[in-house]
Design a protein around this ligand. Structure first.
Ligand SMILES: Cc1cc2nc3c(=O)[nH]c(=O)nc-3n(C[C@H](O)[C@H](O)[C@H](O)COP(=O)(O)O)c2cc1C
Length: 228
């Protein structure tokens, strides 16, 4: 099929549309390059919450990194899921990220939630530091011992969920890590009548590229469920 960009739509140079209906670009993932799919997916599935994962290796060296392929999937049992991609090593081969290595080695990790005042430190912790470098120190954060897990959590985080590994589902070069929450820390300052006050939590959402979003007064609205 001969493709022609509709005049009302600018097609980004990296995208190869599979086909086109009026005003709609259509993509077949089977025929797309991985970097193109990545850019599309992180632009379409938005905003994403951020799991700021603290972990430790077998020698108890601490690690901290953000992951936005993240969500909660079950309450009973309480299960969180995180998609951890691969990275290229110095020789170009595909290698595992430290977080995945640590979760496999220790079977434990902590999901800390990023509030707005912690956004820059979260971003700093995403740097590709060597395994022997603690991102806690690099970002100026405090590692505090877990209660039910033997890996650290971020003392400054408003919420920390201690997890034990439930299952790792291989997905090509990525892995979906499912963790069961075994203990929760919620700072009093974000609580109101025993509930989490979203305007106090001030969570940060990930958009595409280097973009993030805030959750604040004026951007929150309610919808009542239909009564049928
Ligand atoms: C906001 C944000 C979200 C990220 N989300 C992911 C993700 O979902 N999956 C992933 O593999 N990497 C993600 N990254 C990149 C990792 O944080 C980065 O590769 C980090 O260096 C991994 O550290 P580690 O090797 O210590 O595990 C994200 C980075 C940022 C800044």
């Amino acid at each position: 099929m001969q493709l022609q960009a509709a005049p009302d739509l600018v097609v980004a140079p990296y995208l190869i549309p599979f086909t086109r209906e009026p005003s709609t670009m259509q993509i077949d993932p089977e025929n797309s390059k991985v970097p193109d799919l990545y850019r599309l997916m992180i632009g379409m599935v938005v905003p994403r919450p951020i799991a700021w994962i603290s972990s430790a290796d077998a020698d108890d060296r601490h690690n901290l990194a953000p992951f936005s392929f993240f969500n909660a999937f079950s309450v009973s049992p309480p299960i969180l899921g995180v998609g951890i991609g691969a990275r290229r090593g110095p020789d170009g081969t595909i290698i595992k990220k430290d977080t995945l290595n640590n979760i496999e080695a220790r079977g434990e990790f902590v999901v800390n939630i990023v509030s707005l005042p912690l956004a820059e430190k979260m971003n700093h912790s995403a740097g590709e530091f060597a395994p022997e470098t603690s991102e806690f120190e690099a970002a100026g954060l405090t590692a505090i011992a877990g209660t039910k897990v033997a890996v650290p959590r971020v003392e400054e985080a408003p919420v920390s969920m201690e997890c034990v590994l439930h299952q790792i589902v291989p997905l090509g070069n990525s892995n979906l890590v499912l963790g069961k929450v075994v203990f929760m820390h919620i700072k009093d300052e974000i609580l109101e009548n025993g509930q989490i006050a979203i305007d106090k939590l001030k969570p940060v959402g990930r958009l595409s590229g280097n973009a993030y979003c805030k959750v604040e007064a004026g951007s929150i609205f309610e919808l009542l469920r239909p009564e049928i």
